[in-house]
Design a protein around this ligand. Structure first.
Ligand code: FUC
Length: 748
């Protein structure tokens, strides 16, 4: 009798994404990645599809998207806003103050896209006891099945040390492994045989006849024991091997002129499979094992992941599914953003099967790329934030040009969308594309990295970028007529529409609350940085003065935190963006202990917005409720995010959830929700501000019976271990240098 595979091996339900079927679609397949090379493993027995990715596979090219004369209409736009003529201001913005050209719709803006597919065909007609697993502790995707008494195993991972994706075949009997493997891409690529390798190479569309597009190449090589191998332009054919490994590597010339030679070097240098695997696991675990989370297991914990998602939706409590989601989020960050990754994680991390990826698979900077990095510091992956930090610094030259062209201002600015060519102009639609605090929000990440590492040399290195962002706002804020507060103008509250006194539906305004919060945060951080580094006394004073004149928080007619300077109603009461709650999370300008009345207003805002949303919107709400110390509400939202979603397509209001492979469904697939909720789970367990550490600030009742989290990081660079039973902390430890007077709450 053959024992069912699932029962034969108990897998840790917090560390394994498990399925008993082959993936039929991308959102069922298993992601692997090394921060640059990525793959989605479908686990097909007879026909295997592995979607391949390389993070610099971007069409498009550098472009000058600034309108050089935009600054000339700025005074008129501002006059209209000051006179309350917001409709006319928005029209003028659309006519003269958006980017030059088609913006995100243009071929020069470009698009992140798939590298192509690795296709593997085997003669395996029948099989049983199939299991597909993504092991988050080892970063290995595997399948296992039986055929006529022979056990077959395949394993795939993406190695940082070797810079290859490895796909390995083994069997319990000799001479069992036969297949044909090839590389394919639907457009702009050609396949050739080069010695024993298959090479797929091509060039992407730059969108500009004068600039060459990104060149790319991928190389596939086979290493085997036993059997025979041949290669031709249909693929690599293996017959009767005992064991075989396909090694794939790829690169582009975006940052690496010698990329084609490096591919050969990577394959030549790859060690034997067992060593490759051992080195990969060691490297990966040096990140992953910094944190360990244990939550109570529910009755379905030993079931395939999709069944656990369904059971939760039907009312079963399975907190260890939240632990799995948390571990998966950290896994995804480690796999899509390593310290040396050429680009930060995009809207899909590094994983895409499309040639036209939703929203170009770009970097949206009015929430999305920031959310990608929310878990970095708190979940002890601080070094994984480095690609974002570098990217922010690289935005500055274009951002300076944009600041001059549109605002006649010094410093730098970036708006809503950006790409590897450092697009900083406003987007093509005035309604959404002219939020002027995208760059300033990114600066929050520069500061947080300092706050969590206490690394003064690093702070010094990013100080010019922080200061440049502050210089922009110092020069470009204007005084609004009613209260004489300093406000941004023009701007909008990200992607949300208000109804003005005349009943018009508009976006453009002065001083949306989020802008004021972000600018306050930025000024505070630059003031602190200048004190720590002993710089810029005069400039610091200017920031202090301006900061004191920013628009304060206002509470509106529903008792809510006002989103706009005026107490407008929103056109869509359940809108996915809750930008003005930035002050609660990720910032801490509002908190139940320091500003209870404002925290109450935030709660009213959240109640008004409701508990539904797109994937990332739900993830943000998990963070909000955690900061409001309401663990049960955070868990309610998290459960909503964990509701299974089958179909792709777009849903802009409340269709958020989770795909069978645990990818976040906006829908479509967008990785920010995975990352945002990972940060939210950390917030439920530990919060800190440099002077205090709060243990279990928002522990849901369903998690209270017992659990532990070890290795979360707090402000100041310490790490915290905490174990609990029946809601009480049974033990805790703080590692690292404690500042004098550090207070720990929730410990007793
Ligand atoms: C903004 C959001 C959308 C989506 C897109 C990538 O436009 O409003 O929900 O996340 O970015």
């Amino acid at each position: 009798m053959i024992v069912p595979v699932l029962a034969a091996m108990a897998l840790d339900p917090s560390l394994n994404v498990v399925s008993t079927t082959e993936a039929k679609s991308f959102v069922e397949s298993s992601p692997i990645g090394n921060g640059r090379l990525g793959a989605m493993v479908f686990g097909g027995v007879a026909h295997e599809r592995v979607v391949l990715n390389e993070s610099t596979m971007w069409s498009g090219s550098p472009q000058d998207a600034d309108r050089p004369d935009a600054y000339k209409v700025l005074p008129e736009i501002r006059r209209l806003l000051l006179d309350g003529e917001n409709r006319k201001a928005q029209d003028l913005l659309q006519a003269n103050f958006i980017c030059k050209g088609p913006g995100g719709n243009g071929p020069a803006y470009g698009c992140y896209q798939t590298f192509g597919d690795l296709a593997i065909d085997t003669p395996q007609a029948s099989f049983e006891n199939y299991r597909r697993t993504l092991d988050l502790d080892k970063a290995i995707a595997s399948i296992k099945y039986m055929d006529h008494g022979v056990e077959f195993r395949r394993e795939a991972f993406a190695s940082v040390p070797a810079q290859v994706v490895a796909y390995h075949f083994s069997a319990s009997k000799k001479n069992q492994i036969s297949f044909t493997a090839t590389l394919a891409r639907k457009e702009r690529a050609a396949l050739r045989v080069d010695g024993a390798d298959l090479v797929l190479e091509g060039q992407l569309d730059s969108g500009n006849p004068e600039i060459p597009g990104v060149k790319f190449a991928g190389r596939l090589r086979l290493v085997r024991t036993g059997g025979t191998m041949t290669i031709d332009d249909r693929g690599i054919h293996v017959d009767g091997a005992d064991e075989a490994t396909l090694l794939f590597t790829a690169g582009t010339d975006m940052f690496e002129k010698g990329y084609a030679d490096h591919l050969v070097e990577h394959l030549d240098k790859a060690p034997p499979y067992e060593t490759l695997k051992r080195e990969h696991i060691r490297d990966y675990q040096s990140f992953f094992r910094r944190v360990a989370l244990r939550l109570p297991e529910g009755p379905s914990a030993d079931k395939p992941t999709i069944e656990r998602l369904v059971a939760m939706k039907q009312g079963e409590s399975d907190p260890s599914l939240a632990a799995l989601y948390f571990n998966f989020g950290r896994y995804l960050l480690i796999s899509s953003s390593r310290p040396d990754s050429p680009l930060p994680a995009n809207l899909q991390g590094i994983w895409a099967e499309e040639y036209k990826t939703p929203w170009n698979g770009d970097f949206h900077i009015d929430i999305n790329v920031q959310m990608n990095y929310w878990p970095a510091e708190v979940t002890n992956l601080s070094d994984c934030q480095k690609p974002l930090i570098k990217f922010i610094e690289d935005l500055v030259p274009n951002g300076e040009k944009t600041a001059k062209a549109y605002y006649g201002a010094p410093g730098w600015v970036a708006h809503v969308i950006t790409n590897p060519w450092h697009f900083t102009s406003p987007g093509e639609g005035a309604a959404w594309g002219s939020t002027c605090t995208g760059g300033a929000w990114l600066c929050e990440h520069l500061w947080q990295h300092y706050a969590y590492t206490d690394d003064k040399a690093y702070l010094k290195s990013v100080h010019p970028t922080l200061k440049g962002a502050a210089e922009f706002f110092l020069a470009s804020l204007i005084e609004e007529p009613k209260h004489h507060w300093l406000v941004t103008a023009p701007s909008n509250s990200p992607e949300n529409t208000y109804i003005d006194a005349k009943g018009e539906h508009l976006n453009t305004c002065m001083g949306p609350t989020m802008d004021e919060e972000i600018v306050r945060e930025l000024f505070t951080n630059v003031i602190q940085a200048s004190e720590i580094l002993g710089l810029d006394t005069e400039f610091r004073q200017k920031l202090e003065d301006a900061k004191a004149r920013l628009a304060p928080f206002q509470i509106g007619k529903y008792g809510q935190l006002q989103e706009w300077l005026e107490d407008y109603d929103e056109a869509e009461v359940h809108h996915r963006h809750t930008s003005h709650l930035y002050a609660l999370y990720p910032s801490d300008q509002i908190s139940p202990s320091a500003t209870p009345a404002l925290a109450d207003a935030v709660r009213k805002t959240l109640e008004r917005r409701g508990d539904m949303g797109t994937g990332w919107s739900l993830a943000w709400k998990v963070c909000f409720w955690a900061r409001l110390s309401d663990g049960d509400h955070a868990w309610l939202i998290l459960r909503r995010l964990l509701e299974p979603v089958g179909a792709m397509g777009y849903n802009m209001s409340n269709g958020g959830g989770t795909y069978p492979n645990l990818f976040d469904a906006h829908p479509p697939f967008q990785i920010d929700g995975n990352f945002g909720a990972t940060a939210g789970i950390a917030e439920m367990l530990v919060q800190s501000d440099g002077k205090t550490i709060h243990l279990l600030p928002a522990l849901p009742s369903a998690w209270a019976s017992s659990g532990s989290v070890h290795g979360l990081r707090v402000v100041g660079g310490m790490t915290v271990d905490v174990d609990w039973k029946n809601r009480k902390v049974t033990s805790y430890r703080i590692h690292g240098t404690k500042p004098a007077g550090l207070k720990v709450f929730g410990a007793g």
